[in-house]
Design a protein around this ligand. Structure first.
Ligand code: SF4
Length: 173
């Protein structure tokens, strides 16, 4: 697979959610991106409720047309923070945060690293973004372009978390 150039990638307008879905399920990425809005919001609602009820609500977030970052802090550079309720899709969470780092750096911001917060588990995880991570992210973004160019959704590939997915009935009904 050809890896697209940095300049091309900077023009991409993916949302962080799309990057996470690309890791979770290519079909889910396609359905979500094409506006097939069966995505229930229970996870986001419960996360929003949780954030409102905790000290996280006092933190300053960052959002534009593409990305919506839970909150950012600054030390020697910006630190990107994402809050998640569960670790079950940690690889997707890591890719999402790395995309945010990449995205903001592409806009000329000095970003140090990211932090994933799992408050219900009382855990945090520092997210670095090195050359290998950048290479892997570029491959993922390139793959996303390919998936979204498909005229129909990728086939169902059964996964352990399908039953919890909002598209479950759509895929298996
Ligand atoms: S139900 Fe499974 S196959 Fe269908 S979109 Fe969700 S994760 Fe993908």
């Amino acid at each position: 697979m050809e890896i697209i150039s940095y300049d091309e990638i900077k023009d991409l307008k993916f949302k962080g959610t799309q990057v996470a879905y690309a890791v979770v399920c290519e079909r889910k990425l396609w359905l979500f991106s094409k506006g097939i809005a069966l995505e229930h919001t229970s996870d986001r609602v419960s996360l929003g409720k949780f954030l409102d009820e905790t000290s996280f609500k006092r933190q300053e977030g960052f959002s534009d047309d593409n990305v919506s970052i839970d909150f950012i802090t600054s030390e020697e550079g910006i630190i990107i923070h994402e809050v998640k309720l569960s670790k079950s899709l940690e690889d997707a969470h890591l890719s999402q945060v790395r995309y945010y780092i990449y995205y903001l750096r592409g806009k000329g911001m000095t970003v140090s690293h990211g932090i994933l917060h799992y408050p219900k588990l009382r855990r945090i995880k520092r997210v670095e973004f090195n050359e290998e991570d950048e290479k892997a992210l570029k491959i993922l973004l390139s793959k996303m372009e390919e998936i979204l160019a498909l005229p129909s959704p990728p086939a169902v590939v059964e996964k352990p978390y399908c039953r919890k997915c909002a598209y479950f009935e759509f895929c298996y009904g």
